[in-house]
Design a protein around this ligand. Sequence first.
Ligand SMILES: [Zn+2]
Length: 102
Amino acid sequence: MEYIKTSCPLCGSDSQYCLVDHDNSKYFRCKICTDFQISSRGEGLTQEASDEWKKKASKDARESDYNQVLIIDMVEISKLTHGEDPYPIMYFCHRTKIRQCL
Ligand SMILES: [Zn+2]
């Protein structure tokens, strides 16, 4: 798998990612945040998220157990109330259950 260098969407540090899940998600490796995965829709929403939100995501990713990988995705549309804009959500997934780059 090929890694592409970029700045981290959570903390802005040097990081790298590879495309996973049929190019719908990026598996990131960041010096600060360690490993996390973000969907393309989640990434767009993260750009608009507050600094506090990004700091929390960075901290959660960093402090998680090695086998628990932070996933950032867009909220399910069915969970939005009428007129509410989509927002990013985060949750943990066991490392063996996600598609990742080796
Ligand atoms: Zn980072």
